[in-house]
Design a protein around this ligand. Structure first.
Ligand SMILES: Nc1ncnc2c1ncn2[C@@H]1O[C@H](COP(=O)(O)OP(=O)(O)O)[C@@H](O)[C@H]1O
Ligand SMILES: [Mg+2]
Length: 260
């Protein structure tokens, strides 16, 4: 069983879009049993895939109120894709959880992962992280095998690679074994400035960069309004094609889906 955290301390880079589409494609195209965990207090992934409502979800787990994942997992209506929803209370879990007092919080998601492995309940967990190194983010990292980092092809990303290295070092303090699967360039389009930034990112990135890039298209924005993965909303769009190609690359590189 593999756990991917979709991580970048910057907001608006495509973490939630990547998490939703990765989870959907693994379930739909690769017939994996996928659990998408929303670890962001903005609850964007939750709102995208679940009916409107009040969910305790991850908050109940991290605050110690729930011991079995069964109690917080919701079905999305998409075959093979379940979710642990978020709510805005997640903001309250600050980094105090990495101190001795809050060790239970830090371990809560990892314990859930271990229980899922024991029950053979899912093949893949995908965690959508918040844009800050909060307690929920630390718990997500502590439960992960691999990290996927969406980035924008701009100068801030290319020049911000040192920040990224610092973030990764921070992550390794929590989970020394975690691997960086790679950076995923999002919102790619044919403009000289983007091509230059993409080239520069590939040169300076301290971690692997996926060959596949995700094109910028309004279909992604529309899919947000439609509360659907872009593959479902606009299967022939460039972003749908890109996400399919990227998941194919990820599955090959990470040797996923073996035996199923
Ligand atoms: N490839 C893309 N093309 C166009 N818009 C995109 C693309 N990827 C993400 N977006 C839009 O950019 C915004 C931020 O994306 P989101 O996935 O929410 O980022 P994050 O989770 O990192 O904050 C959203 O409105 C989303 O619809
Ligand atoms: Mg997000």
């Amino acid at each position: 069983m593999r756990t991917f955290a979709i991580l970048n301390m910057k907001g608006g880079v495509g973490k939630t879009t990547t998490a939703i589409n990765l989870a959907y494609i693994l379930a739909k195209v690769y017939q994996q049993r996928v659990l998408l965990v929303d670890a962001d207090g903005q609850a964007n992934a939750t709102r995208a895939l679940l009916p409107e409502g009040e969910y305790d979800g991850l908050m109940a787990l991290l605050s110690g109120g729930v011991i079995c994942y069964d109690e917080i997992v919701e079905h999305t209506g998409i075959k093979g894709l379940d979710m642990v929803p978020a709510n805005n209370m997640l903001w309250q879990i600050d980094l105090s959880c990495v101190t001795a007092v809050g060790r239970g919080t830090l371990r809560a998601l990892r314990d859930m992962r271990d229980a899922i492995v024991e029950d053979d309940a899912y093949d893949v967990i995908v965690i959508d992280c918040p844009p800050s190194f909060s307690g929920a983010c630390a718990a997500a990292v502590a439960a992960s095998n691999s990290i996927i980092i969406p980035v924008l092809p701009d100068a801030f990303s290319a020049e911000g690679m040192e920040d990224l290295v610092a973030q990764i070092d921070g992550v390794r303090k929590i989970q020394p074994d975690v691997r960086i699967a790679g950076c995923l360039i999002n919102q790619f389009h044919r403009a000289n400035v983007v091509l230059d930034a993409t080239e520069r990112l590939r040169e300076v990135a301290p971690v692997p960069v996926f060959d596949t890039v995700i094109h910028r298209t309004d279909k992604v924005l529309e899919s947000t309004w439609a509360h659907q993965p872009v593959l479902l909303w606009s299967p022939r769009s460039s972003a749908a094609r890109d996400f399919r190609a990227w998941v194919r690359e990820l599955v090959a590189k990470e040797a996923l889906c073996n035996g199923r």
